[in-house]
Design a protein around this ligand. Structure first.
Ligand code: SF4
Length: 363
């Protein structure tokens, strides 16, 4: 759970409590902070809670269908438990918002909206940012200063991400958590920076992962059973070197302005942007196989077939909704998958070793 919401926040004098504002997806938090709010990523609070089932239960008691996205219900439950007065919903981002936002309104929560444009066009993004700033009574000029202040924290997150795949010093869970938390910095970007520096210091003393580890990508929304999943994969000799959605939270291509920054994201726009980003990272990070997570009742997940065809490497799809741990069946499937990936990788290595030695002989 988030705590201490007054600490060292931008735009507020020390010791002054700023109002929390709930966010249901990735939004331009710089504008919110410039307007004197501190964002709370409701999905992150839900995922990090020790007993997330209670949020889902509350939502179902209030009328959410049993057969619907658990994350939406979790967001609703968290918002009410934290007693937030205002929430920003992202229009067009999620079909479940058509139920979530009216349900929150019916509970007296003020619901504001933000929408990304259809295309990743800087001018269109700029207009949307201006609309948001006007709605919140601030300016983009102030929001740009906030962007500068947050850049150190985001830079540290991306450094952690780099060390995961290039040096093999950061594990998949640490990578997942450090990147995911950048959507609201869990309440303080200063505390985030301190913790990130501590992690960087700690991993600099570690021995890197061995070359024998299977290198994996995790593609899709973060699962409720993430903790279990990353630790299980680790125990089976696999290293998650790419967390697709989580990396987007840290804004890997910030550019020179807020408009450029938010036009550089992949998830709000065409699926082809997302696939382009995924394939480039799979190659750069020398990934051997993909764990594809598919959230039930969600129309925004990447279709498994499309991912397989584009990526051209083994992929396994895990379906989930309100499972808080990794079940036995999923573990068996993952073990088989890792075996296949390992064999494939080893045979490819043998082929390329052979071709290399042949080339040497020919010379
Ligand atoms: S997982 Fe899909 S349906 Fe659920 S909240 Fe996210 S976008 Fe909406």
């Amino acid at each position: 759970m988030h705590d201490g919401w007054c600490c060292a926040t931008i735009g507020a004098s020390k010791g002054v409590t700023v109002e929390k504002i709930g966010i249901t997806a990735q939004v331009p938090i710089e504008v919110l902070i410039a307007a004197g709010y501190w964002p709370v990523d409701l999905g992150n609070v839900f995922l990090a809670d020790d007993d997330p089932g209670r949020f889902v239960q509350r939502a179902e008691e209030d009328g959410f269908p049993i057969r619907s996205c658990a994350r939406t219900k979790g967001i609703y439950g968290v918002c009410l438990e934290l007693g937030l007065k205002t929430v920003i919903g992202v229009e067009g981002n999620c079909a479940s918002n058509t139920l979530l936002l009216p349900m929150l309104k019916s509970q007296g929560v003020r619901v504001l909206s933000f929408a990304y444009p259809d295309q990743a066009n800087q001018l269109l993004v700029q207009k949307k940012l201006e609309d948001l700033a006007e709605q919140l009574g601030t300016t983009l000029h102030r929001a740009e200063s906030v962007r500068e202040e947050l850049s150190e924290a985001r830079g540290l997150a991306l450094q952690i991400d780099d060390l995961t795949w290039s040096e093999g010093l950061v594990n998949g869970w640490e990578n997942h958590k450090s990147l995911l938390d950048t959507s609201d910095f869990s309440g303080s970007h200063i505390r985030y920076c301190d913790e990130a520096r501590q992690l960087l210091q700690m991993v600099s003393q570690r021995r890197p992962y061995s070359g024998d580890c299977v290198r994996l990508a995790y593609v899709g929304a973060p699962a409720l059973f993430a903790w279990d999943l990353y630790h299980f994969l680790e125990s089976e000799g696999a290293h998650v070197v790419f967390n697709e959605t989580q990396r987007q939270r840290a804004i890997p291509n910030p550019g020179q302005s807020l408009a450029e920054q938010y036009a550089s994201l992949t998830r709000p726009y065409l699926i082809s942007h997302r696939l382009r980003d995924i394939t480039a990272e799979l190659k750069a990070r020398r990934v051997d196989g993909i764990i594809h997570y598919n959230q039930a009742f969600c129309g925004r997940e990447l279709p498994a077939m499309l991912l397989r065809r584009t990526a051209g490497m083994p992929a396994i799809t895990l379906d989930g909704n309100d499972e808080y741990g990794l079940g036995k069946r999923a573990k068996v499937r993952l073990r088989h998958f890792l075996e296949v990936v390992r064999r494939l990788r080893d045979s490819e290595r043998k082929i390329s070793d052979f071709l290399r030695s042949e080339r040497r002989v020919e010379r």
